[in-house]
Design a protein around this ligand. Structure first.
Ligand code: AMP
Ligand code: MG
Length: 348
């Protein structure tokens, strides 16, 4: 299959999204930009489209997809009820980087929900995403547009690298503003529960809801036999080929520990550090990748997946990453980083 890549540069957005919608209507797959990461979209009400998405990504079919809408009126037909907690979250955070889990209506195929009787819905803010979804006239099922297990794509080139020849089209809308996948909150049972941290932080959710439970999988590695409420959180994720090791604690101690670990690394292996603007000159690694300023967590979030992909491009074998405090945006950044590291962490 030939994958068409078209740039949406504001002047021609309509022509590009119309072309993409045509492909969706014919049952094809289109990768599109959102404010979180690029999504791999198909018709959300067609079981066959869901199957194609799983096949293109190499994604296990029990890992459900998120339905993306472009108008609030598209939500009601997809869900059995909209509880008061959902109303509150919607009025504060939609459109935006928040996915909500509802009890699903019958029109949503089980192929899209990985066999679950709940459905994930998101109303993205990105204007190209909304024009595209709106032109399709149906909710768009979309997981992140990476090969399963790889870091999520935040540039069209990342999608092309992973999925070229496997999907019909990529809409190139530049880089993604937030760069981490959406926050997921389950409001399908009595008590709202955070299933995946993201740019809408726990602190922001608490301001609106008063209280929110946090699924154990958000904070810690689950033991064998335990399963997270978001099925996707059980898979290894975001991994570059390099071994990723996190060192966290007081900044000076982190620098000393990383340099000690580098000096003990087999000389045949290429080492890297994912460092901040403030610490970038302090390391003895073969390659230092600068992720952003410690003072700007949004910059670090937006660059994280790009940095993990860069490790591969630089053929780094072992990469050390500085840990962050796990509050506000740091919770979401560390959640992705810990998974990339397979929970290999040094506390100093
Ligand atoms: P991705 O868009 O690739 O980040 O994947 C979607 C994420 O949403 C995965 O982690 C899924 O497990 C999660 N998800 C989608 N639908 C549901 C659902 N009905 N219940 C819980 N988690 C869901
Ligand atoms: Mg994903």
């Amino acid at each position: 299959m030939k994958t068409i890549v078209l740039k949406a540069d504001n002047k021609n957005n309509k022509a590009v999204t119309d072309k993409a919608a045509e492909i969706i209507k014919q049952g094809g797959l289109v990768a599109f930009p959102t404010e979180t990461v690029y999504g791999l979209g198909g018709n959300g009400l067609e079981p066959e489209a869901a199957k194609k998405i799983y096949a293109a990504k190499g994604r296990p079919s029990d890992n459900p997809l998120i339905l993306h809408i472009s108008e609030l009126s598209q939500l009601r037909p997809l869900v059995r009820e909209i509880p008061p907690s959902a109303e509150k979250l919607i009025s504060h955070f939609w459109p935006g980087p928040l996915t909500l889990i509802f009890k699903k209506a019958d029109i949503v195929p089980f192929e899209t929900t990985g066999g679950l009787d709940t459905v994930a819905v998101r109303f993205p803010e990105n204007s190209i995403a909304r024009e595209f979804i709106s032109a399709c006239g149906v909710p768009i099922a979309a997981p992140s547009a990476n090969s399963s297990g790889r870091p999520s794509p935040t540039r069209a080139s990342h999608v092309e690298y992973d999925l070229n020849g496997k999907i019909d089209m990529i809409i190139d809308g530049g880089h993604c503003e937030f760069g981490l996948e959406s926050t997921i909150v389950d409001i399908s049972s009595d008590k709202p529960c955070l299933l995946r941290p993201g740019s809408i932080t726990v602190e922001m959710l608490k301001d609106v809801l008063g209280e929110i439970a946090i699924d154990k999988a958000v904070l810690t590695k689950l033991e064998n036999g335990e399963s997270p409420k978001a099925p996707g959180m059980k898979y290894t994720h975001y991994s570059p080929s390099a071994r990723v090791i996190i060192v966290r604690g007081d900044s000076e101690k982190v620098i000393a520990k990383i340099n000690e670990l580098i000096s003990k690394t087999d000389k045949g292996l290429k080492t890297g550090v994912i460092a901040s603007e403030e610490t970038k000159d302090r390391y003895i690694a073969d390659e230092t990748l600068v992720i952003g300023s410690i003072k700007k967590p949004e910059e670090i979030a937006a660059n994280l997946f790009k940095m993990l992909r860069k490790c591969d491009h630089h053929n780094i074998d072992t990469v050390f990453a500085e840990g962050l405090p796990e509050n506000e945006l740091g919770l979401a950044i560390m959640n992705r980083l810990k998974k990339a590291a397979g929970y290999e962490i040094y506390d100093v």
